[in-house]
Design a protein around this ligand. Structure first.
Ligand SMILES: [Fe+2]
Ligand SMILES: [Fe+2]
Length: 196
């Protein structure tokens, strides 16, 4: 369903809910901000790629809208945005991508695809299994847009690189993503690992 090699256990949602979801919303808000910033940076670094220039600004605005929604929900629930440490998931993916890398742009697009896929997977799990049904509905409302972003990143990769090249590298990075997220420690983050 999400084209990922590691399937998050449902227990991850139960552990998250037991720990409290306000911190998760803080991390989620930062993820949306970071997604918008990454998309803008891709446009700035690839000004001659028409599809990137014509597609990503709209999606970056959508990520900023998500940020506003998450931040508003956080405040409504008595929480507040705080500073966030670096993201071990995104950092780990970019570190892992140095292995066998032939193109930085190809890797950035595929990593974008994988992060969107993992976010959609986590939002789906949260929407299905949270006992807090209001929060579950909120996550559900974001799934179509994160799924569209997942597909859009692959299209951008296929516009710039050959299909076999994209497929080969996607398979390699998908494995790196699975190894990484299955071993990250559990924490109140959208992309944390499972509790052991
Ligand atoms: Fe988003
Ligand atoms: Fe997204």
């Amino acid at each position: 369903m999400f084209s990922l090699m590691y399937e998050t256990p449902v227990q991850w949602v139960h552990d998250m809910e037991a720990q409290g979801t306000l911190e998760l919303l803080v991390d989620h808000a930062h993820c949306e901000l970071k997604a918008a910033a990454t998309m803008q940076a891709l446009v700035a670094k690839n000004p001659t790629c028409d599809l990137i220039v014509q597609t990503l600004p709209r999606f970056a605005m959508e990520e900023l809208e998500h940020f506003e929604m998450v931040e508003a929900l956080l405040r409504k629930r008595g929480g507040k945005l705080t500073e966030q440490d670096s993201n071990p998931y995104a950092d780990g993916l970019h570190r892992g991508s140095r292995y066998k890398r032939t193109s930085l742009l190809l890797d950035k697009l595929i990593i974008g695809h994988l992060i969107e896929a993992r976010s959609a997977e986590r939002f789906y799990l949260l929407s299905e299994h949270l006992q807090d049904r209001d929060l579950a509905e909120f996550f559900k409302s974001l799934i179509p847009s994160e799924s569209a972003h997942r597909i859009m990143f692959l299209r951008l990769a296929e516009d710039q690189f050959s299909v076999p090249e994209v497929e080969k590298r996607t398979a390699e990075l998908r494995q790196i993503e699975a190894d990484l997220i299955s071993k990250l420690p559990f924490s109140s983050r959208v992309h944390s690992g499972p509790k052991i």
